[in-house]
Design a protein around this ligand. Structure first.
Ligand code: IDP
Ligand code: MG
Length: 175
C-alpha cells in the first residue's frame, strides 16, 4: 500500500513598514490567499530594536545590518509606520508555498508576479525594501513564530508550552 505523508507546516509572514506605508496589505493578503493556507495568528506589532536584532540575528555581520534594523523598526518610514503586521500561516507545504509567493530576496531578481517582484525596491542606501518577510525553513519558522507570538495568540497548539506564574509560555523558546 502506498502511504502518502502530508507535511503540515507553520510559517511566519511579516508585512514590513514599507508595505503598510504604501497601503499594500490588501494586495499582499490577496496574493498569499493563493496558497490556500489557514491563518492561525495575526497581530500588529511595534518593533523595537531588540526584536529587530533578534529576528535578523543571522545577518548581524553583514554591512547592511544597521540599515536593515532601521528599516524593520520603521525608523526609515516615520513614527506612524513604525509597525509590522505579523501572521502565522498553517497548512500543507506552507513554507515553500509562501516563499514562492513572497519571491526572491532581491526585488530586482524576484519573479515579477511575486509580492517582492511586484512591490519591492532597492533604496539609495542599498537596503532591499522587499515588503514582506516569510520563514525559509521549518527550524527558522519555529524560532521566528516563538519570537513574535505568545502561545495564547495562536488558535492551534503547534509547539509544546509550559505554565508559569506569569502565564503560559513556550516550553523551549529558541531565541
Ligand atoms: P529573506 O528575507 O529572503 O529570507 P534574508 O537573507 O534572510 O532573506 O535577509 C533578510 C532581509 O535582509 C531581506 O529580506 C532584505 O530586506 C535584507 N537583505 C538581505 N540581503 C540583502 C542585501 O544583500 N542587501 C540589502 N539588504 C539585504
Ligand atoms: Mg530569511
Amino acid at each position: 500500500m502506498l502511504a502518502i505523508v502530508i507535511m503540515v507546516e507553520h510559517t511566519l509572514v511579516l508585512i514590513k513598514p514599507d508595505g503598510l506605508k504604501r497601503l499594500l496589505t490588501g494586495s499582499i493578503l490577496t496574493k498569499l490567499a493563493g496558497a490556500q493556507l489557514m491563518i492561525i495568528g495575526a497581530k500588529v506589532v511595534r518593533v523595537d530594536e531588540n526584536l529587530a536584532r533578534q529576528h535578523y540575528r543571522h545577518l548581524s555581520d553583514k554591512p547592511f545590518f544597521d540599515e536593515l534594523v532601521k528599516y524593520i523598526t520603521g525608523d526609515i518610514h516615520g513614527e506612524e509606520f513604525s509597525r509590522i503586521l505579523a501572521f502565522v500561516y498553517r497548512g500543507e507545504d506552507a513554507i515553500a508555498k509562501i516563499r514562492k509567493i513572497t519571491g526572491a530576496t532581491n526585488p530586482e531578481e524576484a519573479d515579477p508576479t511575486s509580492i517582492r517582484g511586484s512591490f519591492g525596491r532597492i533604496t539609495t542606501t542599498g537596503v532591499f525594501e522587499n515588503v514582506v518577510h516569510s520563514s525559509g525553513t521549518p527550524e527558522e519558522a519555529e524560532r521566528e513564530i516563538k519570537l513574535w507570538f505568545q502561545p495564547r495568540e495562536i488558535v492551534c497548539n503547534i509547539y509544546p508550552v509550559r505554565e508559569t506564574e506569569s502565564g503560559i509560555i513556550w516550553a523551549w523558546p529558541d531565541n
